[in-house]
Design a protein around this ligand. Structure first.
Ligand SMILES: NC(=O)C1=CN([C@@H]2O[C@H](COP(=O)(O)OP(=O)(O)OC[C@H]3O[C@@H](n4cnc5c(N)ncnc54)[C@H](OP(=O)(O)O)[C@@H]3O)[C@@H](O)[C@H]2O)C=CC1
Ligand SMILES: O=C1O[C@H](COP(=O)(O)O)[C@@H](O)[C@H](O)[C@H]1O
Length: 514
């Protein structure tokens, strides 16, 4: 295949559109569970990056609430180790840490030792943040979400006034099915207003996910083609090479459907399929996402394939690495029926998408790490090329690469040079890192900053959370009834054969993972 690289930056300027960045208002970030893994690995580096970018107020402080026996100094030195690690992983040296910024930031970090489930913890918090803006970040296991919010309500910490905001950031998993998600939403809304709730889906912090909207709605030539007249089907893939690692206990009761589909994959799907919002105001965008989710029919059981990895290997020859099966991983039951892979077909019942299948797949221990959205266009009327068998025409596919490659490629046919009229497949590529210099990012910078300035656009609203669960609920009901077939696939390859058959029924096939 001829590779056409469209990377010349030439005279195109990078136009900054949308909101300008402003320093966040003064306030305190209270991190419940801030002694844990998420805070060290992702939140602190993100906060440090925001400070380096000059986006945090001079009067910004952090209170970490956890029950570990620890001092503020001990906590800060743990954060320091983690940030050194983070800076090093970016391929630079730890000495490049900006000490002036780090020292100033950490001067304003304090530790509050206490249990999430005791009133005294909230009394102490009230004393420390009285009269200040505050964001309460729940970096805690899901079982604590409800009770922390209840305490925030009963202690008055959730109470806003004209001058003071109080917001809550909540991590996933948001419920484990439609009913529990509804119950959690209802419980939170007893103590908080929807405008105070920031439900994180870390996919929305990814630049390339945000770029889906920019690409579709700021260019004249995609949108006219973005519909059932021109698109044959859409494939959304989130493939991982890692297994369950040390998260066996969590994953056993969760599985690939709950872990990835109602949240991350539904975000990708809704951004791909939504109508243009009337503005980038948070509710205008979220209204459109909610509308498209509500047009998706709950998945049909015949259109779901669940898989689990068995032992296999990665690589070839002497280099090959043996990979154990899911049931041999720590904390996994011997006869576990938990799926580590799922593929499904969904349809959207609206004027734009009726009849266009959306195929979703996600799995662990696959051949390659790759998250992408592939738009497969309908074949051109090929009368002019009647001597070219249709199979030889290159399918027109536009791929939005989310990770690890970030960019867009377009695949189409072109004339192969020479006297005869022959067609060859070519590819045009836009690579994010070639065009834009890479800002250091964990993905959490945008999300934390947006919460500090009160922009909910990139956070999930109660109805979109419930919309995601509603779509996968038939598959969860079947799991609960224990009639759900499970297919097996060797670790390090492409997933179960049955997932290929899901597309083969209509003579389609997945884009290869390799
Ligand atoms: N880690 C990650 O990469 C990611 C995590 N998340 C989500 O973020 C949340 C937090 O994850 P993570 O940081 O890994 O979790 P951790 O278990 O590492 O952190 C939670 C912290 O809270 C402490 N804690 C537990 N119970 C209490 C209590 N009753 N009172 C006070 N402190 C308590 C824990 O202490 P102890 O250890 O002693 O129990 C621990 O220090 C989860 O919802 C997770 O799903 C989301 C994306 C990525
Ligand atoms: O939320 C989760 O996401 C990760 C995948 O995130 P990515 O940013 O690496 O694509 C997944 O590994 C994990 O199981 C899930 O809980």
């Amino acid at each position: 295949m001829v590779e056409v690289l469209a990377s010349a930056r030439s005279s195109l300027a990078n136009h900054e559109v949308g909101r300008g960045l402003q320093v966040a208002p003064p306030g305190t970030l209270v991190i419940f569970g801030g002694g844990g893994d998420l805070t060290k690995r992702l939140l602190m580096p993100a906060i440090y990056n925001l400070d380096c970018a000059g986006l945090l107020n001079e009067d910004f402080s952090i209170i970490v609430v956890d029950w570990a026996e620890m001092t503020s100094e001990g906590l800060i030195s743990q954060f320091r180790e983690a940030i050194d690690d983070f800076v090093n992983k970016r391929g630079t040296s730890a000495t490049l840490l900006r000490h002036d910024i780090w020292n100033r930031l950490t001067q304003n970090i304090s530790y509050l030792r206490g249990s999430f489930e005791e009133e005294s913890t909230y009394d102490e918090l009230n004393a420390r943040i009285e009269g200040r803006n505050a964001v309460f970040y729940m970096a805690v296991a899901a079982r604590f979400f409800g009770s922390i919010v209840d305490f925030l309500g009963s202690s008055g910490l959730a109470h806003e006034s004209e001058d003071v905001y109080r917001r809550v950031i909540i991590e996933k998993p948001f419920g484990s099915d439609l009913e529990s998600a509804k119950a959690l939403n209802a419980r939170m809304l007893r103590s908080l207003d929807e405008t105070q709730i920031y439900r994180i889906d870390h996919y929305l912090g990814k630049e390339t996910v945000q770029n889906i909207m920019a690409l579709r709605f700021s260019n004249g030539f995609f949108e006219p083609l973005w519909n059932r007249q021109n698109i044959d089907h859409v494939q959304i893939t989130a493939a991982e090479t890692v297994g369950v690692e040390k998260r066996g206990r969590f994953y056993e009761g969760t599985g690939a459907i709950r872990d990835m589909v109602p949240n991350h994959l539904m975000q990708l799907l809704s951004m791909t399929a939504m109508e243009a919002p009337t503005s980038f105001e948070a509710n205008a965008v979220r209204d459109e996402k909610a509308k498209v989710l509500s047009a998706i029919q709950p998945v049909k059981l015949d259109d779901v394939v669940r898989g689990q990895y068995v032992s296999g290997s990665f690589g070839i020859g002497d280099e090959a690495e043996a990979l154990r099966g899911y049931r041999e991983e720590p904390d996994i039951a011997l006869g576990s029926q938990t799926e580590t892979y799922v593929a499904m077909k969904l349809g959207i019942d609206n004027w734009r998408w009726a009849g266009v299948p959306f195929y979703l797949r996600t799995g662990k221990r696959l051949r390659r790490r790759k998250t992408e959205i592939a738009i497969h266009f309908k074949q051109a009327p090929y009368a002019l090329f009647r001597d070219t068998p249709v199979e030889q025409l290159t399918p027109n596919i536009m791929v939005l690469h989310i990770q690890p490659t970030e960019g867009v490629t377009m695949q189409f046919s072109a004339k192969v040079p020479g006297p005869a009229v022959r067609l060859g497949g070519v590819r045009m590529k836009f690579d994010y890192s070639e065009w834009f210099s890479d800002g250091p990012s964990t993905g959490y910078e945008t999300l934390i900053y947006d919460c500090l300035i009160g922009d909910q656009t990139l956070f999930q609203r109660a109805d979109t959370i419930e919309g995601g669960w509603r779509i996968v609920q038939p598959a969860l009901d079947r799991l609960a009834a224990e009639h759900s077939p499970l297919c097996f696939y060797p670790a390090g390859l492409d997933g179960p054969r049955e997932a290929d058959e899901l597309l083969a029924r209509t003579k389609r096939h997945w884009l290869p993972l390799s």
